[in-house]
Design a protein around this ligand. Structure first.
Ligand SMILES: [Zn+2]
Ligand SMILES: [Zn+2]
Length: 172
């Protein structure tokens, strides 16, 4: 079961300064994300490996696609992402952040997977200025103003109105 993300580093380890480039496209299924936020599109991996005196540094980027929905208007989203990678591989890791060189091989797969999953935005927006729904009538404000009297999109007003309504109810 050869995967391009398992890299033999015998040559690299011969001398500090040796380098190797990994530039591959991997099927999402091969990364076994097991996460519904990832789409089925391929994952790009472009990494520069360099032997140092104490291990192998791995720099570059990985690209993939996530899906989700806008947290304000619930529009389904599918977006590409590019994640910077800056990792260290060592035969005997001297920090908890370092990955292990095992049998003159490094397995980039778990590291790539983790970097991508961590980069998926937790509360994505379809657009930074997505107005979401009117807090009073529920209209999707992207489709236009709803006719409510308040300036739309101002959460302070909305909070104040909600408070007034509740006080009004209490007095009835
Ligand atoms: Zn939105
Ligand atoms: Zn409204």
């Amino acid at each position: 079961m050869a995967t391009p993300l398992i890299v033999n580093v015998v040559e690299l380890l011969r001398r500090p300064g040796n380098t190797k480039d990994v530039d591959v496209s991997v099927g999402a299924a091969d990364l076994v994300f097991d996460d519904e936020r990832m789409t089925a599109s391929d994952v790009g991996v472009r990494l520069h490996l360099e032997a140092l005196s104490n291990g192998i540094s791995v720099h570059g980027t990985t690209t993939a696609e996530w899906k989700g929905e806008c947290r304000r208007c619930l529009t389904p989203l599918v977006r590409p992402m590019t994640v910077e990678v800056d990792e260290m591989y060592q035969a005997l890791p001297d920090s908890p952040d370092a990955h292990v060189i095992d049998n003159d091989q490094i397995n980039l797969l778990p590291m790539v997977r983790e970097n991508l999953l961590l980069a998926i935005p937790l509360g994505p927006l379809c657009a930074d200025d997505c107005p979401g729904f009117c807090p009073q009538c529920g209209t999707d404000l992207k489709t236009g103003p709803c006719g409510c009297s308040r300036p739309v999109g101002d959460v302070r007003w909305a909070a104040l109105d909600a408070l007034k309504e509740r006080l009004g109810d209490a007095q009835e």
